[in-house]
Design a protein around this ligand. Structure first.
Ligand code: XIL
Length: 362
């Protein structure tokens, strides 16, 4: 009897859905138009690699923010909530609230998380710096920190910027304000061991070195190449390198293209990790983001995405923008209040830069 009922329901449903298809075909008003094309108009769907955005936990409370993010992006980076100073309150004292919330948001919405960043000279907590550890205690604590953080998110965070900004543009090691430089005779070997600790804590996570001006500064690229070679010969893991790409509309695009091609010669994964393009390049109080400026801006995005598309497909990791919309960007503090560097405006409307990004994709 039960079987008979099930069969009847099944046949009924089948007939019903077939009749819907029929009706839809016959009645154009019922067909949802351009569903296929629409997908092609969304950066996360069109790109053959992940498209990320730097986010903060608070902003995710806004429905428009969260919806825009999950509609257009496939990956997130914490703008600051996964940095050492935000997680590490004391030797055995970790604050996971915000980092956990970001990872949960990504899980709930089928997005990936890029971890940023484990060791950055600017984010050693004050309690740690004030302790003036000798090199053995310094390393012991950082090792535990890396194991704890990477281990907690094992399988949930697909990649980590293990070290961030250790080189100067001329290729020298950063020394000013750098606790690692002050503590270790051979800082690069210390960083190498940090990559190893991260690998041991999550063997699947891709491990990156991240820096700014990489495509512009040949000296820095040289230092990164030497570090990669040394890591390889000494058995330290490294999967990828990132250029933050906080550039300007006026930054020479050939230089960007050649720099990316040069980065790719390492054979490593390449991440455009913090992309934002300043348009008010003269830091003018009277700047107007006119249609002409918007078009120039869109073209800059298009050409940068094209330059990224030109590297071998297997080395494309992701392009991540540093923020989601112009209403919330570090550049209005750091650069100029009249700055509009991203793909969405402060009302979450797509900008021409979005079309530029989209058109740059293959
Ligand atoms: C910046 C964030 O945008 C700010 O909110 C934070 O206060 C300081 O750091 N290079 C990096 C990023 O690797 O972590 C920086 O992010 C921007 C420069």
């Amino acid at each position: 009897m039960e079987m008979y009922l099930k069969q009847t329901v099944f046949i009924f449903l089948l007939a019903f859905s077939l009749s819907c298809v029929e009706t839809q075909e016959n009645n154009p008003l019922l067909v949802e138009p351009e569903e296929e094309t629409a997908v092609d108009q969304v950066i996360r769907h069109k790109a053959a690699f992940n498209v990320g955005a730097a986010v903060t936990r608070n902003e995710l409370n806004s429905a428009s923010y969260a919806n825009t993010l999950k509609t257009h992006y496939s990956q997130i980076t914490a703008e600051y909530e996964m940095k050492m100073a935000h997680i590490w309150n004391g030797v055995n004292n970790y604050n996971w609230t915000n980092a956990d919330a970001l990872v949960k948001f990504a899980e709930d919405n089928d997005m990936e998380v890029h971890g940023h960043t484990l060791v950055w000279y600017k984010s050693f907590p004050n309690w740690f710096k004030n302790a003036n550890y000798d090199s053995a205690s310094f390393e012991g604590h950082v090792k535990t920190y890396i194991e704890t953080v990477v281990g907690r998110y094992k399988g949930k965070i697909i990649s980590w910027d293990v070290a961030n900004e250790i080189f100067l543009d001329n290729g020298g090691l950063r020394s000013t304000d750098c606790p690692v430089f002050k503590t270790f005779k051979d800082p690069v070997a210390f960083y190498g061991r940090c990559y190893r600790y991260a690998r041991e804590a999550d063997p699947e996570a891709k491990l990156f070195y991240n820096d700014y001006n990489v495509v512009l500064a040949g000296g820095k690229r040289g230092a990164m190449r030497s570090m990669a070679t040394r890591f390889k010969s000494e058995g330290y893991p490294l999967d990828g390198i990132g250029d933050q790409m906080h550039y300007m509309e006026t930054t020479n695009r050939n230089t960007i293209k050649n720099g990316l091609a040069d980065m790719a010669l390492t054979g490593l994964l390449i991440h455009i990790s913090e992309l934002d393009i300043r348009i008010n390049t003269g830091q003018s109080d009277n700047f107007v983001y006119s249609t002409t400026e918007q078009q120039k801006h869109a073209n800059a995005y298009k050409e940068i995405v094209e330059a990224y598309e030109a590297i071998p497909q297997s080395q494309k990791f992701a392009i991540s923008t540093w923020g989601l919309h112009d209403g919330s960007t570090w550049l209005t503090d750091w650069w100029h209040p009249k700055e509009y560097p991203l793909l969405f405006d402060d009302k979450f409307e797509k900008k021409l830069t979005y079309e530029g990004f989209l058109n740059g994709l293959k």
